[in-house]
Design a protein around this ligand. Structure first.
Ligand SMILES: Nc1ncnc2c1ncn2[C@@H]1O[C@H](COP(=O)(O)OP(=O)(O)OP(=O)(O)O)[C@@H](O)[C@H]1O
Length: 272
């Protein structure tokens, strides 16, 4: 179902250090990671395990202290600050753990979307972008007067303008109830469907279930990775209806499905 895109980012033996009173501490070490367009990758693990540190590297906000990070085959270490800034502006959507850190404090919700479209050099319908996260009634509000969940939805909608080649979000559903989380996950799936590489740091089972790849961290080390695609046994009722597993639902945002019976199996695709 998922198209196989070339890697946007490839990290090998990544190391990140932070200063601590006792000397430099390794926030990440020995991490190998590949991020592809068309996929949602969830980075998970206990608090302090290195998720945000990895996201800062993948969003090109920091450079690794060691190892190799390549963006479309080019070594990030070889890029100037100016080149990195330009890449971030044009190609990277970023949702900070505190969503206000990725919003412009002086702009209202509509202005956030318009400004992001300007920075990326893309056309966009700002009202439709707000509607996607159910924020149209708050179009003229600035971030400071929005609730935490509204700020989070706005930050995701703004980061997703374009859509960007890379969409990196730190805990994008942490503040959200089930309905709002479903909106955000549907939006992220839509952008992956349009080719974005989506990377999330998350503790949220709803977001992990929506991911194609799950990367588990412990003490700064990648302790396991898992591809989605588990088999599910479900029952078909007397009318031929079946219940899709929850992680399949974000694949069908309009809830319309094209069904093809072919070679003894059934394929489901999003109906246009
Ligand atoms: N700017 C920094 N300066 C010093 N230490 C840092 C800095 N950022 C992170 N660390 C340390 O690096 C380690 C990894 O932190 P990180 O924020 O990546 O974890 P996390 O898995 O995202 O945690 P959480 O789920 O709580 O957000 C922690 O020990 C943290 O204290």
């Amino acid at each position: 179902m998922t198209t196989d895109f070339a890697p946007v980012l490839e990290g090998h033996d990544l190391l990140q250090l932070y200063a601590a009173p006792t000397g430099p501490t390794q926030a990440l070490r020995g991490v190998d990671v590949t991020v592809r367009g068309g996929r949602i990758s969830a980075v998970t693990g206990p608090s302090g395990s290195g998720k945000s540190t990895l996201l800062a590297l993948l969003a090109l906000r920091e450079r690794p202290a060691g190892g190799e990070l390549r963006h479309r085959g080019r070594l990030v270490a070889g890029l100037s600050r100016r080149q990195l800034r330009r890449l971030r502006r044009r190609e990277v959507g970023w949702v900070a753990q505190r969503p206000t850190h990725s919003l412009f404090p002086q702009l209202d919700a509509l202005g956030q979307i318009e400004q992001m479209a300007r920075l990326r050099g893309v056309d966009c319908d700002p009202l439709a972008a707000l509607d996607e996260v159910a924020l149209t009634p708050l179009a003229r509000k600035r971030p400071e007067v929005l609730s935490g969940g509204e700020q989070q939805r706005l930050a995701v909608a703004a980061a997703a303008v374009g859509p960007p080649a890379l969409l990196v979000a730190d805990e994008p559903t942490a503040e959200l109830d089930d309905d709002s989380a479903a909106l955000v996950l549907r939006l992220l799936r839509d952008r992956a469907g349009r080719g974005s590489a989506v990377v999330l740091a998350t503790h949220d089972a709803r977001a992990i279930a929506a991911a194609d790849t799950v990367l588990r961290f412990r003490h700064g080390v990648l302790s396991g990775s898992q591809e989605a695609g588990r088999d599910h046994t479900v029952t078909i009722d007397g009318q031929g209806r079946l219940q899709l597993p929850p992680e399949a639902l974000p694949l069908f945002p309009g809830r319309r499905v094209a069904v093809t019976v072919v070679d003894g199996h059934v394929e489901l695709r999003r109906a246009e």
